[in-house]
Design a protein around this ligand. Structure first.
Ligand code: DC
Length: 228
């Protein structure tokens, strides 16, 4: 790995604050922000549109291999040239993404795209398995978590802002199902890497969490080199 290229891996369950924080930290550091959940969501959206069953592993793998997924610097997500940023935010796409992401062939296809994205740039990459599987050698690994009730409230608020009706209880139910699936799947489950810094974001503002993450970055990286 090129000495100067830094990888900040941010993992954690849904609603822990990954996207908000990964975006802020990337802007602060001047790194590229990569949302790997958006990639799984894009594959899931395509599968839903084509009515591919989540049990059809071969077709899902092929879709993941053939999907042309682009993440723009402005934070838009393109699937085969179409802007799907809004469409992939739907709750049904989130649930499908969790199912589709359990398919080993889908993960293989996206893993190589994710590694390729960081070949030339320093990145802040968020997901479930970034510190454990995609970049086990990442210099900075953060695991964000929060109280399940707070995570459900945050997710419900997000959905409401998008104009989708969301009562906290049903969001909490869907989220805990999704987390259980993400944590217990055989391939690259959601897990805190042993060398990741755990930050509990319950009751903290985005500014406070950002400060904590930047402290970890400063402690682990100095002058573009890994701190000894
Ligand atoms: O971060 P998100 O909620 O947008 O992710 C949607 C789903 O995609 C999540 O439930 C599990 C899956 N995912 C994954 O398996 N690995 C990643 N690195 C990112 C997301």
């Amino acid at each position: 790995m090129n000495d100067k290229r830094i990888i900040v891996a941010i993992d954690g369950p849904a609603g822990a604050g990954k996207s908000t924080l990964a975006k802020r930290v990337a802007a602060k550091l001047g790194f590229i922000y990569i949302n790997t959940g958006a990639m799984y969501r894009a594959v899931a959206l395509w599968a839903l549109r084509l009515r591919v069953a989540t049990s059809d592993m071969h077709r899902l793998e092929r879709l993941a291999q053939e999907a042309d997924i682009a993440l723009t610097l402005e934070g838009r997500v393109l699937l085969n040239g179409e802007d799907v940023t809004e469409a992939i935010g739907d709750a049904n796409v989130a649930a499908a993404a969790s199912e589709v992401s359990a398919v080993p062939g889908v993960r293989r296809a996206l893993l190589s795209v994710q590694r390729g994205l960081a070949e030339r740039n320093s990145v802040v990459m968020e997901g479930r398995d970034i510190g454990s599987v995609v970049f086990p050698q990442a210099q900075v690994k953060i695991f964000l978590d929060a109280d399940p009730a707070e995570r459900a409230r945050r997710r419900a608020r997000e959905l409401e802002q998008r104009g989708q009706a969301a009562d906290v209880e049903s969001v909490a139910g869907e989220m805990s199902q999704r987390d259980l699936r993400d944590r217990t799947r055989a391939e690259a489950p959601l897990v805190q890497a042993p060398d990741a810094e755990l930050i509990d974001t319950t009751g903290l503002s985005p500014e406070q969490v950002e400060d904590k993450i930047l402290q970890v970055v400063r402690a682990r990286v100095s002058n573009g080199k890994v701190a000894q």
